[in-house]
Design a protein around this ligand. Structure first.
Ligand code: 3YP
Ligand code: ZN
Length: 365
């Protein structure tokens, strides 16, 4: 049992600059200079916890490489790549980067490619790619929402082009809608995209249940918008009643998870309540499904999550689940967050899940 692990110090050098969270600082508007929400800390501290806890000794370190032009251009337009190379903005104004930013974005996409290739080639059983910048909002012709390149879509395209992988399921548990991945594969019946997110957060007016894929790909996009306040019980129900049955029906050769932690109880950019034990349970259900459906071939690619204090415990729990650790690191915040009122499935959450269940019948089998 080997679990691959990708991290590179350059991921921490992706520079989102001085911001007031997500807006450029502008004293004229009262926007005091501060950090960008998507700064290096949360992800760097995941890696440091993985090292300090000793979990690193149970992982197989995989070396990321920069995604090539050929790999990027399977998903993105040449104009988008040229804009990133020119060092101007990524296209939506919300995805800033510093000098050399494209090189780091290439290394992030290439980190997910390396993880997916290693799993498909059988060098490791499963893998976690702790990459930065994130990727799930990026569209073929533009960056969006802190994302420059569509890391997961690029990795999916890579293993399909070079490894003969046919059917890939992408499960996006970031609290925001995985609109980029969905858009890239909307018309493709051989790529299932499932996104579980807080309803109507980002992108605005996106991730509705009515977005189901296009043409031959109808049914291959599944959206599970959940109400604000959803916690561990609601997420567990969404996994058990929609996401895992979707995987069973689709029968993928490989599963890739967009592993964001901004559904966490302390995240500044959303209003959900998932805790480290909740993320562990979500991950375990996906790992178990991949074990039954595709010989355990599953890759987690890190996306959002902006509380530098709590994200490390959440991601650590997920990586432990991947590695089959039986003596997990306790979550010191469990007494604070695991017993909040509303952690169990609420009736209005159940309604949203039941509505999404109706989408299962049209998933291409
Ligand atoms: C982008 C601008 C406002 C919300 C923000 C979301 C980024 C993210 O974590 N996406 O997964
Ligand atoms: Zn997010």
């Amino acid at each position: 049992m080997a679990t691959g692990y990708v991290y590179h110090e350059l991921y921490g050098w992706h520079d989102t600059g001085t911001h007031a969270g997500l807006l450029p600082a502008d004293p004229r508007r009262g926007l005091q200079p501060h950090r960008h929400f998507e700064n290096a800390e949360a992800k760097r501290r995941v890696h440091e916890l993985v090292v300090v806890s000793g979990l690193i000794d149970r992982l197989t370190r995989l070396r990321p490489r920069p995604a090539s032009d050929e790999e990027i251009l399977r998903v993105h337009t040449a104009a988008h790549l040229a804009r990133l190379a020119s060092g101007s903005d990524a296209g939506d104004g919300g995805s800033p980067f510093g000098p050399g930013g494209l090189d780091i974005a290439r290394l992030a996409a290439g980190g997910v490619i390396a993880a997916a290739e290693s799993v498909v080639d059988g060098e490791v059983d499963n893998a976690y790619a702790l990459v930065r910048p994130p990727g799930h909002h990026a569209l073929p012709d533009t960056g969006m929402g802190f994302c420059l390149l569509a890391n997961i879509a690029i990795a999916v395209a890579a293993v399909r082009a070079t490894r003969g992988v046919r059917r890939v399921a992408v499960v996006d548990i970031d609290v925001h809608h995985g609109n980029g991945t969905q858009a890239v594969f909307a018309a493709d019946p051989d790529v299932l995209t499932v996104s579980v997110h807080q309803e109507r957060v980002f992108p605005p007016d996106s991730g509705h249940r009515t977005e189901r894929g296009e043409g031959a790909g109808f049914g291959s996009a599944v959206n599970v918008p959940l109400p604000p306040g959803t916690g561990n019980g609601g997420y567990a129900a969404a996994m058990a009643r929609v996401v895992v049955p979707a995987l069973e029906r689709f029968a993928p050769d490989l599963v890739i998870v967009a592993a964001g932690y901004d559904a966490g109880a302390t995240d500044p950019l959303a209003r959900m309540m998932v805790t480290a034990s909740g993320f562990r349970a979500i991950a375990s259900s996906l790992i178990e499904a991949a074990g039954r459906l595709c010989a355990g071939r599953i890759v987690f690619a890190h996306e959002g999550g902006y509380d530098p204090v709590y994200v490390p415990f959440c991601a650590h729990a997920v990586i432990e689940a991947l590695a089959g650790v039986t003596d997990p690191l306790p979550d010191p915040f469990s007494p604070n967050f695991d017993f909040l009122a509303g952690q169990d499935l609420q009736p209005h959450q159940e309604e949203a899940i039941a509505a999404a269940e109706a989408l299962l019948a049209d998933i291409p089998g």
